[in-house]
Design a protein around this ligand. Structure first.
Ligand code: 8Y7
Length: 285
């Protein structure tokens, strides 16, 4: 089984993936799925964003993931320039002020290019570089790229997700995307993979992917898992969005136990503590 790289070069920063990393979520949208526009006051709220970002980094986030397009099921599409106007200033503020890798959560090639030019150290694309122009931009820049699996499109993906063998199909699809990326000139050591929990998946699909996450790790690339506050927590616990912390911590722990290198979360401090306990246990005799 190929082993994944132990370090990732992200613009001027290095990520050590030998112990799990936490990626903190910064949603710069008026209508975010799980944190409802708190960083938005008609425009991105610089003070609130920087305070939230500094808190996340002080709590142990190694990466901050900034996004301006809501991909929640049924969300409306955002125009390209509007997304750039939302997100690019935030990338610039974070690069200047915050001691962390800045990841840009986008499928927009213009925003990818401009964000990396502004100092972003990672691209997180829920469409895995399938949009026109994104492969070419990703080949030209020199930062890691997260390739996430999604079945269908955000607006309709949860209507009737179907797989014969979800684990095998998600792994095969990501293998294909990795090959396409390599053929386009993106070095393999810049790629990460993510099964895309909740993106065109039923509860049982999500649970199978988590249970067998190690199969994704067998590709030999770092694995990212985004489970925080997702509907699978609601489905199992019956909890509303703001009451999904305990379920989300359990999922983060299970993900790293199954080989995830990076967990994408809303609640950084709590997740860092949970992972510290996991790490301590792991290092015991
Ligand atoms: C994921 C993600 C979201 C995920 C990666 C949410 C942007 C929905 N989920 N990116 N983005 N993986 N790589 O609930 O699971 O946070 S948005």
């Amino acid at each position: 089984m190929p082993t994944s790289p132990k370090r990732l070069r992200c613009a001027g920063r290095e990520l050590d993936l030998q112990s799990p990393c936490v990626m903190g979520i910064l949603n710069i949208t008026p209508d975010s799925f799980s944190d409802g526009g708190q960083l938005w006051q008609g425009q991105p709220d610089r003070d609130r964003i920087l305070r939230r970002a500094q808190d996340m980094v002080a709590a142990g986030a190694a990466i901050l993931d900034v996004g301006g397009e809501s991909t929640r099921p049924g969300a409306a599409a955002v125009a390209s320039q509007e997304e750039i106007d939302r997100v690019l200033p935030v990338v610039e503020w974070l690069v200047a002020e915050v001691d962390a890798v800045v990841s840009v959560d986008t499928s927009n090639p213009h925003l990818m290019q401009q964000s990396v030019a502004a100092g972003a150290g990672m691209i997180n694309d829920v469409r895995a570089l399938q949009k026109e122009g994104t492969l070419a931009v990703a080949a030209l820049v020199d930062v890691p790229v997260v390739l996430m699996h999604m079945q269908g499109q955000p607006g309709t993906m949860q209507q009737a997700p179907h797989y014969d063998d979800v684990v095998a199909e998600v792994c095969q699809w990501l293998q294909q995307r990795v090959s396409t990326c390599e053929a386009a000139g993106i070095a393999r050591d810049r790629l990460l993979v993510d099964p895309g929990f909740g993106f065109g998946k039923s509860l049982s699909h999500n649970l199978s992917l988590l249970k067998h996450l190690q199969q994704l790790g067998a590709m030999g690339l770092p694995v990212l898992a985004g489970l925080s506050r997702k509907s699978m927590v609601g489905a199992v616990t019956g909890r509303a969005l703001e009451q999904r912390l305990a379920g989300s911590l359990a999922l983060a722990l299970m993900a790293v136990q199954q080989g995830a290198h990076i967990v994408r979360v809303h609640d950084v401090s709590e997740t860092v503590d949970a992972l510290a306990m996991w790490q301590a246990m792991k290092e015991a005799r």
